[in-house]
Write a protein that binds this ligand. Structure first.
Ligand code: GLV
Length: 322
């Protein structure tokens, strides 16, 4: 009987799929991400064949060494910067992700952050709850509109394309994008213009949304210099990975009014926030929930479980990373 360890409680459909296939499944009893030492200790308890991992689990040499029987780490996430890919390759351990899980939902969340900032939804809510509302005031909490403005996308994969679609067709925005590869769909279907550098997109955009994976080349892609290039009236939204932004520089830029606001679902040192970030009024923050709908989280559970099943049934999981 194959044994699978799931590093955090996930929707039950994924667990049931594995059990229905006759697998022995253990789910971490902790109601929080495991530390790496805890993960290693769990993996040493049994000769596991597969692990269904979270994006918060650092799967590196130490974990591979501690779990030589594990043939697959199936991430419950679109991103997989938590995997040490070269090390897995050397050991012929399969790595998978859930590339289609929650793409539309992440795009919707990026838009929720954009509109929360431009329509001052959070500030307005807080204002009323604090008992400050005394009646209609023409000068109160003036936001900005997005219609007709420039939406700048850094990264135009599946999620970036969905964000462009909503911006172009829902709000009549002009879309400018940068990516390492050109995306004809975003250009032909959503009228987006390709720019060969990040800087060119940042300089012209009113709303900048980040949709790149976290790699050596994208870590701190948005640093102090690039924040300085943005319009003072622009907002920056991040639903990708926190470390794509140099967070301390962002806090400084927001304090100094270098940009108008930021909407963040991810943080450089998650779950910690850089000092000063949560005190800022021009920031909307959510706890890494961009893909959190019942539908998307259930899809992700199904995809991750299917990758494990396929690995052992056919040797060909659909979503192999390398
Ligand atoms: C969430 O951040 C994911 O990568 O799915």
């Amino acid at each position: 009987m194959k044994k699978v360890f799931i590093t955090r409680k996930i929707p039950e459909n994924g667990v049931m799929m594995l059990r229905d296939e006759g697998y022995e499944v253990d789910v971490s009893p902790r109601e929080r991400p495991l530390t790496q030492d805890e993960l290693i200790n769990f993996l040493k308890l049994k000769q596991y064949d597969g692990v269904l991992s979270m994006l918060s689990d650092k799967i590196d040499m130490k974990v591979f060494d501690a779990s030589p029987s594990v043939k697959i780490f199936a991430n419950y996430a679109i991103g997989y910067d938590n995997f040490q890919i070269e090390e897995a390759k050397k050991r012929r351990v399969f790595l998978t992700n859930t590339p289609h899980g929650g793409v539309d939902r992440v795009a919707e969340h990026a838009w929720a952050l954009i509109l929360a900032l431009t329509c001052k939804v959070i500030e307005g809510d807080k204002y009323i709850r604090e008992g400050k509302y005394t009646g209609f005031d023409p000068m109160l909490l003036q936001g900005s509109k997005v219609r007709g403005k420039v939406l700048g996308l850094i990264g135009a994969g599946r999620i970036g394309t969905e964000v462009a679609k909503i911006g172009a067709h829902g709000f009549g925005m002009r879309v400018a994008y940068y990516d390492v590869v050109r995306n004809r769909e975003i250009e032909e279907q959503h009228g987006a213009t390709f720019w060969p550098t990040v800087d060119e997109v940042l300089k012209q955009s009113d709303v900048v949304s980040l949709h790149v994976p976290l790699l050596e080349t994208t870590k701190h892609l948005i640093d102090a210099d690039r924040l300085r290039m943005m319009k003072r009236s622009a907002i920056l939204v991040n639903t990708s990975r926190g470390a794509v932004i140099h967070e301390i520089s962002l806090v400084k830029a927001l304090k100094q009014g270098m940009i108008a606001g930021a909407g963040l679902d991810v943080f450089e040192h998650e779950p910690a926030l850089s000092p000063g970030l949560k005190e800022l009024k021009n920031v909307v923050i959510t706890p890494h929930i961009a893909s959190s709908t019942v539908e998307a989280r259930g899809d992700m559970a199904r995809m991750a479980a299917q990758n494990i099943i396929d690995m052992f049934e056919t040797g060909k999981p659909a979503d192999v990373i390398y």
